[in-house]
Write a protein that binds this ligand. Structure first.
Ligand SMILES: Cc1ncc(COP(=O)(O)O)c(C=O)c1O
Length: 410
């Protein structure tokens, strides 16, 4: 058995079987640097998925590591019941970046937890206990977060909460009508949605969608929760993707790229809404000192290196290159996305999702040195979300490899 096979055997023996992996022949990843990953045999891969939009500032970013290691040597953990500075510095830094009036943070350790917290706050603030979510959306693995996850593949719970109501996704012509129909009951605490659906296959809503969502929520006294767990921190070219439509949600949830690989998540809200949560609330790992220092260094790195502009410029460039490729390759049904959050939908001649072809392309791209993501209800959307520090030439090499591989696997 080679090293990868030994690890696969251990995985089969010791992990819950739901923990799946990409690839028939997965590499064992042992090192990361900038936009690149290296396997146990020394092969280099361009990381085009960033550990699902996490390492936007690049793997093993020395500035972020230095900040974390300094804190690690000084004091690693206390929890929120003690006074420490890093969590407050981070809350202040986030308040300066987030649109007014979102100036309060509640820190926790994962995206699922942030969404649970956001939904709890919405029920406390409105006195209502129902919510609306979009089909093909994904919000996490915990009970409530999974109950508002519309994407069938990730909706494992056989008894999801019945107080969560689904409406069609943002590109469906009846989405807003169905939403308003439910809002009229005036029992809905919150609508939760991703500004751009990530696992749903990089679904960008039409430009009127979020402003209309905001208007409808205001009209019926319902709170708007934006799950920016994938989209925040410059992934789409802005600190928050809802800024593309000048919409300010009532609550925003964030995680992933905030810590550039250190676990940290939060929900952000206004003074007025936060004032409804006064009973004690704590999270053991929320506001962890090391994660907060890493997050502060991450935000500083984003600012100094203008990663938002970089995401827009490189994203537009890559998008253009992929549209050209689409003209040559009939398998590409659609290219969609914003900034460096791009999906390439592969379909067969009858325009049905080409899931097998997508797997073949994913595997061949890996063998050629490119790790892409895969999303969408039909599992046919190749996803390009590289670290924002990626170089333009590296993006050219992905497009060239994809062109060649689409020709050869046909
Ligand atoms: C949009 C979105 N929300 C929530 C989550 C759940 O986050 P976590 O895995 O940190 O619990 C994810 C994870 O991929 C996500 O993409």
């Amino acid at each position: 058995m080679n090293y990868a096979e030994q690890l696969l055997a251990a995985k089969r023996d010791f992990l819950v079987p739901c923990v799946y992996h990409f690839y028939q022949r997965p590499p064992v990843l042992v090192r990361g640097e900038g936009a690149y990953l290296f396997d146990s045999e020394g092969r280099r891969y361009l990381d085009c998925y960033s550990g699902v939009t996490v390492v936007s500032a690049g793997h093993s970013n020395p500035e972020i590591l230095d900040a974390a290691i300094k804190q690690l040597r000084q004091l690693q953990h206390t929890t929120t019941i003690y006074l420490t500075e890093p969590m407050l510095d981070l809350a202040r830094a986030i308040a300066e970046l987030a649109p007014a009036p979102l100036r309060r943070s509640f820190f926790c350790a994962s995206g699922s937890e942030a969404n649970e917290g956001a939904l709890l706050l919405a029920t406390l603030a409105t006195g209502r206990h129902e919510c609306i979510y979009l089909r093909e959306g994904l919000h996490g693995r915990t009970k409530w977060a999974m109950s508002v996850t519309g994407l069938d593949m990730w909706r494992t719970d056989p008894n999801p909460l019945l107080t969560a109501h689904a409406v069609p996704g943002p590109r469906h012509p009846d989405s807003l009508l169905a939403l308003e129909h439910l809002l009229r009951r005036e029992t809905i605490a919150a609508v939760i949605a991703e500004p751009i659906q990530g696992n749903g296959g990089i679904i960008v809503p039409p430009d009127h969608y979020w402003p209309e969502l905001r208007r409808l929520c205001d009209r019926y006294g319902t709170l708007l929760i934006a799950d920016e767990i994938q989209t925040a921190w410059n992934r789409t070219g802005c600190w928050f993707a809802t800024q593309h439509w000048q919409v300010v949600p009532d609550i925003v949830t964030v995680a992933k790229a905030l810590g550039n690989g250190f676990p940290i998540a939060a929900y952000l809200t206004s003074d007025a809404l936060a004032s409804h949560y006064t009973r004690p609330g704590a999270s053991t790992f929320g506001g962890n000192l090391v994660s907060c220092r890493a997050a502060l260094a991450t935000l500083a790195f984003h600012k100094r290196h203008r990663l938002g502009e970089r995401s827009t410029v490189l994203g537009n460039y890559l998008f253009g290159q992929l549209l050209e490729l689409q003209n040559r390759r009939p398998e590409i049904a659609e290219v969609r996305g914003r900034g460096l959050m791009i999906g390439i939908a592969l379909c067969d001649g009858a325009n049905a999702p080409a899931a097998t072809l997508t797997d073949q392309v994913l595997e061949a791209m890996k063998d050629a040195g490119f790790l892409l993501g895969k999303t969408g209800p039909g599992r046919n959307v190749l996803t390009l979300m590289p670290p924002l520090v990626v170089e333009k030439e590296a993006l050219d090499s992905v497009v060239t490899a994809l062109d060649q591989i689409l020709q050869s696997v046909r």
